[in-house]
Design a protein around this ligand. Sequence first.
Ligand SMILES: [Zn+2]
Ligand SMILES: [Zn+2]
Length: 171
Amino acid sequence: MKITLKPLGNIADEIMEKLKDRVGGIFCCPVEIKSGLSDLAQAYNPERKQYFSSKLLASIKKSERDARAVGIADVDLYVPRLNFVFGEADVGSGTAIVSLCRLRQEYYGLTPDEALFLERATKEIVHELGHTFSLGHCPHNKCVMHFSNSLADTDLKEAHFCNKCRPRIIL
Ligand SMILES: [Zn+2]
Ligand SMILES: [Zn+2]
């Protein structure tokens, strides 16, 4: 079984490759990159100037040989009633989506830091994948399944599952 990462819209190959290696290292399984939706216009909300996360998530199709599929978008995502989301998961279909948009230092007017950006992106992908294994939020603040209310929470936690969450990941 393998995990598939799908770029949604334009994502540099180099970023996809780096995320693939990191996610594979954590789940200890093969990770493959397959093309995803290229035109995200159908999910754009001009009033919010953001993209509707659930709509893009529904576009991610998982083949039977894939254990899980995760869409990676570089646009700002929202769901109704929330200002934004870092990502979203659907347990039933085994699919998830993550936004890279708010994970860059430059989004906040700070100096770019690629290592930090990749670390954050890995955590968000692993977190949403954890949800597809029916894991809820973990009270352990270093566990990747800890809820991130802000990037400070994301930076505090690790990219790995804690001892309680880890056994529930069955690939
Ligand atoms: Zn979560
Ligand atoms: Zn945990």
